[in-house]
Design a protein around this ligand. Structure first.
Ligand SMILES: [Mg+2]
Length: 249
């Protein structure tokens, strides 16, 4: 039995983490990079008013965490040096806790952007991804990305993989600005914005709830199981293990 009906498919919509990219790329590459660069970055940008405002936010949040009994690293006001050290220690503590607080997200974004620009950071994709992009393009399919990471972060990732810049293969990037990945309405919006019918899409993701939402919107969708090849099936959905199986030669 075929995995999906190839006939109507003109567009391929891809999740990133767990689909194009190892699920631990963020935790094992991006987080340690930001943590290691934080103090230097704050030193270099201490006089920048936007950074100073972020540090004020950090200070207020650190006090809230202290009052809440979370035992964050202590904060020493005083010299520039002390403030930078305090903010860096607190930021590293937040990163280790996988905090989603906005000043931290903003700082991490700025540090990653520098890292990608300098070539110290590189995006990561599974080895079958670049040849699949090339093959699908030759076959006249259009590739779209939908991830909870910001569009900027997505572009930086695909722009810097070892195989080269993959962004020319991607027609558009979507983030949660179009809605949550578990809502059917988000997939309808993506289809409308991309200029295709939902039924012309094939969506790939490692999350069963996203598959269900895409199907509810009328897309075909397959569960991508990169790292878990065990037998346990996540819901009654077809699974794919490699992009080599999607529109092979
Ligand atoms: Mg995923």
């Amino acid at each position: 039995m075929p995995l999906f009906d190839e006939t109507p498919v003109r567009a391929i919509l891809l999740d990133i983490e767990g689909t194009t990219t190892p699920v631990d790329f963020v935790s094992t590459t991006l987080f340690p990079y930001a943590s290691g660069k934080l103090e230097t970055f704050l030193h270099e940008n201490y006089r920048n008013s936007e950074i100073r405002a972020l540090l004020e936010d950090f200070r207020a949040q650190q006090q809230r965490d202290e009052r809440g009994g979370l035992k964050p690293p202590p904060w020493h006001d005083g010299s520039e040096q002390e403030q930078v050290r305090s903010s860096a220690a607190y930021g590293q503590w937040l990163i280790a806790r996988d905090s989603k607080c906005t000043p931290l997200k903003t700082l991490q974004g700025k540090i990653w952007q520098q890292g990608y620009a300098s070539g110290e950071l590189r995006g990561e994709v599974y080895p079958d991804v670049p040849p699949a992009f090339e093959r699908w393009k030759r076959q006249g399919k259009t590739v779209f990305i939908y991830s909870s990471g910001s569009v900027l972060a997505q572009m930086l990732l695909f722009g810097s993989v070892r195989a080269g810049d993959l962004t020319p293969y991607i027609a558009s990037f979507f983030d949660t600005y179009v809605g949550a990945k578990t809502e059917a309405e988000s997939y309808r919006r993506i289809a409308a914005s991309a200029g295709y019918e939902a039924t012309q899409f094939l969506f790939l993701s490692d999350a069963g709830k996203e598959i269900e939402a895409a199907r509810a919107a009328g897309m075909q969708a397959l569960l991508c199981r990169r790292e878990d090849t065990s037998g346990a099936e996540e819901g009654a959905v077809h699974a794919v293990y490699s992009f080599n199986d999607i529109f092979p030669e």
